[in-house]
Design a protein around this ligand. Structure first.
Ligand SMILES: Cc1cc2nc3c(=O)[nH]c(=O)nc-3n(C[C@H](O)[C@H](O)[C@H](O)COP(=O)(O)OP(=O)(O)OC[C@H]3O[C@@H](n4cnc5c(N)ncnc54)[C@H](O)[C@@H]3O)c2cc1C
Length: 389
């Protein structure tokens, strides 16, 4: 009997809270709890568990999966995840009213809407703000079936997103045939492992899009930001990246929405956002051991155009495409003047966040070797150059 379960991951503080271990479980033995530390944690009912180990083997933070990704990262270094990408672009959505709701150039939401409009997909699984009062969480997983819903859920949510319930809903919904799934690279890997064992989901997930990622933060980051901005407990929602009235893309606002729908917008340089983000103080623990900045298992990945000169002061999106079909669709959108796009090189993409990319892909081995569980269980020891290639 294989004694590996996702408990090994939680015991070693590596869980990213995606909930896909629950979706993997054939014994219905896992529940996901948002615990007192405000983290999603799988709890296994060992009376029901048959020790099939799927929850462990589908977890992106298991030693087996990290091994494979380290092996790839040590070959491809800073290109890990985009070594086979077909095209690289920078650009923005032309519809200013919607673009302004996005975190970067709005290309991702523009693409999702176009995929819906052209019936290539009929649903998107992604995330949204939670507008309910007295909430336990500020953001949650979500299904969108209309262009309007996609517009309402634009922006980046630095928050754990637990997908198990929403994915089961999508599977059960007979009107949904083709889904675009969005997540950080680790969640995209988790989904990729899961699809090997869930045929019903495999039949529905058409595209996997990554939000390229230095790290995600636990829910405590958002709680701390809200507390620093208002004492009014009756606020309804929070947004990490609000672009209304910002001077430049880099200088975005954190915003709190109150009951009367009034908004308090404060530059991220005047809240504790930037100081805490830069030193990873609220980073999920698992992020330190993940080598994947770009989204090695994604069909396309999206990021901010940091380091680029941009046409629109409120920011642009930079992206890679691993699928010819997606590249063709983007060109079609450009021809229809839905988006403004220009081709960039792989080197330019890496240069956009060079130090972060190297820190994740090239230097991850040093951090992993300091984590007892990984040191003991990683067969492939990372051999990295200290010089960034
Ligand atoms: C945790 C996290 C870390 C990131 N780190 C970086 C980074 O280091 N460097 C960088 O350049 N870019 C990073 N990004 C990506 C960047 O912030 C933008 O998401 C990306 O540029 C796309 O912008 P857009 O304007 O095209 O997308 P938008 O039009 O704003 O659409 C974004 C879509 O993503 C969905 N979404 C938002 N948050 C989540 C989430 N947590 N899980 C699932 N779906 C979500 C929204 O529902 C929406 O559909 C990160 C994003 C996240 C969520």
């Amino acid at each position: 009997m294989n004694k590996n379960t996702v408990k090994i991951i939680t015991d070693n503080n590596l869980c990213i809270g995606c909930g896909l271990c629950k979706t993997s479980c054939r014994d219905d033995a896992i529940i996901i709890k948002f615990d007192k530390n405000k983290e999603y944690k799988p709890i296994i009912d060992f009376e029901k568990c048959t020790y099939c180990a799927l929850c462990y083997f589908n977890c992106p933070m298991s030693a087996k999966n990290l091994n494979a990704r380290i092996a790839d990262a040590s070959v491809h270094n800073t290109e890990y995840g985009i070594e086979k990408a077909l095209n690289f672009y920078k650009g923005y959505e032309n519809d200013y009213e919607n673009y302004i709701k996005s975190s970067s150039g709005g290309i991702l939401s523009g693409l999702l809407k176009y995929l819906l409009k052209t019936a290539k997909i009929d649903a998107v699984v992604h995330a949204e703000q939670n507008f309910t009062d007295n909430k336990g969480t500020y953001f949650q997983a979500s299904i969108s079936k209309t262009e309007n819903e996609i517009d309402q859920k634009r922006s980046s949510f630095y928050y754990p997103i637990e997908f198990s319930e929403v994915l089961e809903k999508a599977v059960a919904d007979e009107s949904i045939k083709n889904i675009a799934f969005l997540g950080t690279p680790c969640v995209i890997s988790s989904l990729t492992y899961l699809l090997r064992t869930r045929k019903d989901l495999r039949a529905k997930i058409k595209y996997k899009f990554s939000l390229m990622c230095s790290h995600n933060t636990g829910a405590g980051f958002t709680d701390m930001l809200v507390d620093s901005m208002t004492k009014d407990k009756s606020h309804r929602a929070f947004k990490h990246r609000d672009k209304e009235n910002i001077p430049t893309a880099d200088n975005f606002n954190n915003s709190v929405t109150f009951k009367d729908n009034k908004k308090l917008e404060v530059s991220r340089y005047k809240t504790p956002f930037t100081t805490n983000w830069r030193v990873y103080s609220y980073a999920m623990k698992g992020c330190s051991y993940c080598p994947d900045f770009f989204g090695a298992d994604a069909d396309a990945g999206f990021k901010d155009a940091w380091g680029f000169s941009v046409d629109r002061k409120e920011g642009e999106t930079v992206l890679f495409s691993n699928l010819q079909e997606i590249s063709d669709i983007l060109i079609e959108m450009q021809e229809k003047e839905i988006i403004t796009l220009s081709e960039i090189t792989k080197k330019e993409l890496i240069k956009s966040q060079k130090t972060t990319v190297a820190d994740k892909s090239v230097y991850v081995g040093y951090r992993q070797n300091r984590k007892k569980y990984l040191r003991k269980n990683l067969k492939k020891k990372a051999k990295y150059s200290l010089i960034i290639p």
